[in-house]
Design a protein around this ligand. Sequence first.
Ligand code: URA
Length: 422
Amino acid sequence: MITIIDKKRNKKELTYEEMKYAIMGYVNGEIPDYQMSAFLMAICINGLSSKETFDLTDIMLNSGDRIDLSDINGTKIDKHSTGGVGDKTTLILAPIVASLGIKVPKMSGRGLGHTGGTIDKLESIPGFKVNLTLEEFKKELKEVGAVITGQTANLVPADKKIYALRDVTGTVSSIPLIASSIMSKKLASGADKIIIDLKVGNGALVKTLDEAKKLANLMVRIGKKYNHETICILTNMNEPLGNNIGNALEVKESIELLKGNVKNDLYELVIYIASYMVSLGKKIEFEAAKKEVIETIENGNAYKKFLEMVSSQGGCLEEMQVAPKVFSIKSIKSGYINAINTEKLGMIVKEIGGGRETKDDKIDYGVGIVLSKKLGDHVEKDEEILKIYLNQKDMEIRKILSCFVIEDEKKKYQPLIYEVIM
Ligand code: URA
C-alpha cells in the first residue's frame, strides 16, 4: 500500500491491479483508515487519469451486488442529484414520470453536510418504509412504477466505506472521486438510463461551472462505457430550490406542486428534468414529452401516483407534522436580494434539528425554513423574508439575516439551467 500511495503522490498512473489492491484491501479491513486517507488525499491533490477513474468505478461497481431489473418490463430511468438545499425534486419527479408509464427505481441517500437527503424527507411521513428488501423494491417497481428506498446493504460497499472516510478527511471535493462514487452506485442499481442533476453554486458540492463541466463529461463517458445512456443537467444552486427547506416542509411543497399549486423555480426544474426522463423513456421529442408532463400534473394523475407510492410504502400523510413554533423574520433594510448564502441556510436548518450533527443523531422532521423572498426579489424594510419553524432549539435572527445580501441595485439574474451534457 505504501508503494501505491508513493506512486500516486509522485503523479504516476496506477494499474488496475494496484487500484484494486488498495480499494478491496480497504473494504476487507486489511488496509487501515490512515493509509486509505493518505491515498485519497494524494488523489485529491494529483487527480486520476481517465483510465484510472474508469478502473476505480469498475472496482467499486463490482465490490458488491448489482441489481438486475431486466425481468421488469419497460425502460427504467434513474435520476440522481449531486445534492443541494431544498432539493426535493426526486419526490416529485418519481410520481410524475411513473404516472406516464415509465418505471422509476430510485435508491436515495440521507442528508450529508449542509445538503438534505431524500430518505430523510420521506421519513418525515410517519410509517413510510425506506428500507425495502430487493424483492420489495422490485414489487413496488412492478406494481406502482415508482419506488424510492435507501441503498441496500451490499450495493457498492466500497463507496459506503470510502465515502464515510472522505466526509471526515477533507477528500470529498475531487472530480474523479465524485464521478466514480456516483456512477458506480447508479450502474449497480439496475436502471437502463441515468439522468444526473448536477448542482453548481454556493449551496452545492461543485462550486464552479468549469468543475461541473469536467465532472459531467467524465460521468457521461463512464455511462457510455457501460452502455447506460447518461445525461447531466447542470443547474443553479446559488439559492435554495423552491421555497421550503426542512424535511416535512419539503414534502408539503412537493405535494402542493403535484396538485398544481406551485409555479416557482422548483416547478421549472421539475418540468425540465421530467421532460428529459419522459423523452428518453418513450423515445419522443423533448417538447412532446413536456406537454405530457404538464398535462399529468394538471389532470391530477401525478398527484394520484404520489399518493399511491406513499400508501404502498406504508406512509400516512395525515400524520405528518411541521414544528409548532413559527416566527416571521423581517428584513432590516430595503433593496434587492442579490445573493443568498445557501450553504449557511442549509447549515441553519441542520442546527435547528433538521439534519444530523453526528451520524447517530435523531432528526426533528418538522423544523425548517419557508422563504417568502428569493434571489432578485425586492424586499421592503420590515417586510418578511422568511418564516422559521422551530421545535426545541432556537436560532439567532442575526445569523439568519446574514445569509442574505440586500443591495439597492438589482444584480444580473443567473439562469436556473446552465447546460445539458450528454
Ligand atoms: N454524491 C455521491 O454519491 N458521491 C460523491 O462523491 C459526491 C456526491
